[in-house]
Design a binder for this molecule. Structure first.
Ligand code: HEC
Length: 104
């Protein structure tokens, strides 16, 4: 599969699959954790206190679905201009799901 095809497939998966088990099947959670630890925690901790994880566990958290989680990770990635690949976004989302969201 060419790279662009792979990206298109991931995008389709991210936008049309509603089950975390499918969406995050091939994700590398250790890689996702590294990315999140490095890029994402300090700002959440500054706004929400503690270790920054409260943003994912607060009662009125915004994210309700696995694909919504990928979309949010993508939005933050774009906003921060981190230039992550689709694969990085899925890895980070899979890690956040495993740790905090627990979508099935
Ligand atoms: C510059 C500050 C900042 C950085 C850096 C940042 N975020 Fe966020 N993030 C926010 C804020 C503020 C919100 C809450 C938005 C809201 O409540 O509308 C948020 C919300 C979220 C949520 C939704 C939480 C919920 O309600 O369920 C996720 C998921 C998330 N961020 C992931 C990430 C990831 C992944 C990264 C690293 C690529 C990242 N963020 C980097 C500020 C930041």
């Amino acid at each position: 599969m060419t790279k662009s095809l792979a990206i298109a497939a991931l995008f389709l998966l991210a936008t049309h699959t509603s089950f975390a088990n499918d969406l995050f099947k091939n994700a590398d959670m250790a890689a996702g954790k590294k990315l999140v630890d490095h890029h994402c925690i300090s700002c959440h901790a500054a706004s929400f206190g503690g270790d920054g994880s409260e943003i994912y566990t607060r009662e009125l958290r915004k994210i309700k679905t696995p694909s919504g989680l990928v979309v949010q990770v993508r939005n933050c990635n774009t906003m921060l201009d981190l230039k992550w690949f689709e694969e990085d976004e899925v890895n980070a989302a899979a890690y956040l799901n495993q740790q905090y969201y627990h979508f099935k």
